[in-house]
Design a protein around this ligand. Structure first.
Ligand SMILES: CCC(=O)OC[C@H](C)CC[C@H]1O[C@H]2C[C@H]3[C@@H]4CC=C5C[C@@H](O)CC[C@]5(C)[C@H]4CC[C@]3(C)[C@H]2[C@@H]1C
Length: 400
């Protein structure tokens, strides 16, 4: 990575001081201005389905073993955007805006061809201390639902920030009443001392299906053999069997090869040339006041124009509003009502699939597990319909 830009040297001190007293709370990092991103962390949930046709492909496959392979392939195709899209677009990893409690990020991947139908994104900051983002990605036509949540436990040592992800994702296929439990990879941020941080994934993560298939992905970063960054190696097996049904090797930020067994090449995936489907977000004025881009509009504007003073002022306004809300809730003895998600202490799908060999039992057991609440979703949809209808009526009556 390049050296610290001269102009930024001045802002380097506070950052290094905050790193020295780093408590593990990433939001407390006073990152240098050129590292601040105007994107809120709630938007990162969208990285799970930027290739909607790959996301729903398992729903169209009749053979359960091939479905398990397609879920593993989809997971691997999300990694480039999840972990290196800021580098590619902005030149380095950035520090996202720290979402406020209840912050929403809502969007949809439209399907003009009508081939697979619309895919909807719902992302909600369900906790602020510690920061936890819950999300659901739904394609009704294909009967595909992804729901999950994630938080980060971070530590700093030897010039890198190591991040362990708390939480997991569950991929559900309605047609086959099938579930996949996806654990999240650990990562570390390299290049901090050079002022151009970037993510490298480490150790391993798993996908375990209710049909008894287990995928294991080993992230070797600068591969032992290849020395290339973002290297991984994945295998798919039947639970309890040593036979490797499929192997997938490559670089998650570049491309990979899918093989039957260990040798018979089936398919090559090129992460760089596969089209990203843009996410449709309503214009700010049509958004709910809690939606990220409307709520953070002034902060985003000032970050993008490098107006640090206004950034500070506008951020403090949001933080003060939040403090007032928390104070009121405390006085009235109530908690903020999450709009789409509920925390449970026991999630049968997680319990059934997390127990299988090789899957680390997450903190879910202690802090509770965030799940998508279909009832709340239906209530919100109904309320929105009524409001839309009332608006339409209004138009008609005023027109008349
Ligand atoms: C120049 C040195 C400097 O300022 O260092 C600050 C750095 C930018 C390091 C801290 C931030 O790094 C960001 C990377 C973010 C993760 C990226 C991708 C994902 C996947 C997504 O599915 C869930 C969220 C997650 C894990 C992000 C979490 C927040 C991370 C670690 C940002 C750090 C604040």
């Amino acid at each position: 990575g390049g050296a610290v830009p001269a102009a930024a040297k001045s802002s380097w001190g506070p950052f290094l001081k905050s790193i020295a007293s780093f408590t593990g709370d990433l939001a407390s990092l006073t990152a240098p201005p050129f590292i601040l991103s105007s994107t809120s962390l709630t938007e990162y949930s969208g990285y799970w389905a930027e290739h909607p046709e790959i996301f729903v492909a398992p729903a169209q496959e009749k053979d359960p073993q091939k479905r398990a392979l397609l879920v593993l392939k989809w997971f691997l195709t999300t990694l480039k955007q999840q972990y290196s899209s800021r580098n590619e677009k902005l030149g380095s990893e950035k520090k996202p805006l720290n979402p406020f409690l209840g912050e929403l990020f809502l969007g949809k991947w439209e399907d003009p061809t009508g081939k697979i139908g619309e895919t909807q994104l719902i992302s909600e900051q369900v906790s602020h201390h510690p920061p936890v983002t819950a999300y659901a990605i739904l394609n009704q036509k294909q009967g595909v639902k992804l729901e999950g949540y994630n938080g980060q436990k971070a530590s700093f040592s030897r010039g890198t920030i190591s991040v362990r992800q708390v939480g997991h994702a569950k991929y559900h296929l309605k047609k086959f009443d099938e579930d996949y439990l996806i654990t999240l990879p650990s990562l570390h941020i390299e290049g901090i001392v050079y002022g151009s941080p970037y993510v490298e994934l480490n150790r391993s993560s798993t996908i375990h299906s209710s049909t008894g298939y287990v995928a294991q992905i080993d992230y070797s970063g600068k591969g032992w053999v290849t020395g290339k960054k973002n290297t991984f190696s994945a295998t798919l097996r039947k639970e309890g069997s040593k036979d490797i049904l499929y192997t997938i090797d490559g670089q998650w930020s570049d491309g990979f090869v899918i093989k039957e067994g260990k040798t018979k090449e089936l398919e090559t995936y090129n992460a760089k040339t596969t089209e990203i489907t843009p996410l449709y977000i309503a214009p700010n004025k049509e958004q709910d006041p809690l939606e990220s881009r409307r709520a953070w509009a002034k902060v985003q504007e000032s970050i993008n124009t490098g107006d640090l003073e206004t950034t500070g002022i506008e951020k403090s306004k949001i933080e003060n509003e939040q403090r007032e809300l928390r104070k009121k809730e405390k006085e009235e003895g109530r908690e903020w009502e999450r709009r789409y998600f509920t925390r449970v202490m026991d999630d049968p799908v997680f319990t059934r699939l997390a127990e299988s060999p090789g899957i680390a039992a997450e903190e879910g057991k202690t802090d509770g597990i965030w799940i998508f609440d279909e009832k709340k979703f239906a209530q919100v949809a109904e309320k929105t319909r009524v409001v839309e209808e009332a608006k339409a009526e209004e138009v008609v009556t005023t027109a008349a």
